[in-house]
Ligand binder design. Structure first.
Ligand code: CUA
Length: 329
């Protein structure tokens, strides 16, 4: 079966197809691109085919019973010699064997999906309603987590507010972020690419818009990205310098940090390299100048309940601020 056929089939099978259009990059767990997700997908197919076989057999028996019932009077016959034995075999023994078998298979998968030796540990904090990622070299980013393709990376999952769940369907199963606890997850992507992730535990009003991307780069590209992320923001010039003043003197600096400036709050995402990210508002909208303008002036029009307040700026101030933010790459 080709990858696209598999995607189509998984889209057809998934109930999510009823809710969202099946896009090309839909994050289907049945279109895996990492060893963890591949194991989960094969276990899913084993369970799917067992369930299909049982369904066909049960419907077969039902059809026979309906047809026979029509032909003869309904009667309860307690003397069928194999009757009781059949109930014990089909009602107790076979289900027990199947359930125990599936349990053992899933336990084996569970132990092998977290066995790999990770090359690096990245701390990911689930926040209301976005993700913060901290790398061992001090780099901090949000909602776009880069990893080297073909290498297992360990994620240390933390939270201080609500229970979130870190899920990148094409790469690995989901693991919860639980306040006061530390959970771990190992991710590996077979090939470079962008993989959509989603919070998978209801955590409040904007749970549905708590998405993120895992970007798997070639190892060389990943290294240069990682080094780049520790670089402080460059000194802006022209209109962008005016924008920096707006940033530092209005509400922005009260919540966000930009390395190399006096802004060092960590209530909202670190914006030192915001210009290099593909999306805004935790994967909700593409990172374009127009979207950024809308997000700054009225975040709750895009994400009702977002903790970021609206910012009142003159047209000139907003333009300068956008110039500044675009330059943070
Ligand atoms: Cu975070 Cu749902």
């Amino acid at each position: 079966m080709t990858a696209s056929r598999r995607t189509t089939l998984s889209c057809l099978l998934g109930a999510t197809a009823l809710l969202t259009a099946c896009e090309q990059d839909s994050p289907s767990a049945l279109d895996p691109n990492g060893p963890g997700a591949a194991q989960i997908a094969s276990l899913w197919w084993v369970i799917f085919w067992i369930a299909t076989a049982i369904f066909v057999i049960v419907v077969g028996f039902l059809a026979v019973a309906v047809l026979r019932g029509r032909r003869s009077q309904v009667r309860v016959d307690r003397d069928i010699p194999w009757g009781e034995r059949f109930i014990v075999i089909a009602g107790v023994i076979i289900p027990s064997v199947i359930l125990i078998g599936v349990f053992v298979l899933s336990q084996i998968d569970l132990s092998t999906t977290s066995k790999e030796d990770p090359t690096m540990t990245v701390e990911v904090v689930g926040r209301l309603w976005w993700w913060e990622a901290r790398y061992p070299n001090g780099a901090v980013t949000a909602n776009e987590i880069h990893i080297p393709a073909g290498q297992p990376v360990r994620f240390k999952l933390l939270s201080e507010d609500a229970i979130h769940s870190f899920w990148v369907p094409r790469l690995q199963g989901k693991v919860d972020h639980i306040p006061g606890r530390v959970n771990y997850l190992t991710l590996e992507a077979d090939e470079p690419g962008r993989y959509r992730g989603q919070c998978a535990e209801f955590c409040g009003l904007e749970h549905a818009k708590m998405a993120f991307y895992v970007v798997a780069d070639s190892p060389e590209r990943f290294q240069s990205w990682l080094e780049e992320q520790t670089r402080p923001a460059e000194e802006p010039s022209g209109a962008a310098a005016e924008g920096e003043k707006v940033f530092l003197t209005t509400t922005c600096a009260g919540c966000h940090a930009v390395a190399g400036t006096s802004a060092d709050a960590d209530i909202g995402p670190d914006l030192t390299h915001i210009g290099s990210r593909g999306t805004l508002a935790a994967g909700t909208i593409p990172n374009t100048r127009a979207n950024m303008a809308e997000w700054i002036t009225d975040p709750r029009a895009i994400k009702p309940g977002a903790l970021m307040p609206p910012t009142e700026l003159t047209g000139e101030q907003l333009d300068a601020l956008l110039d500044y933010l675009e330059g943070l790459d």
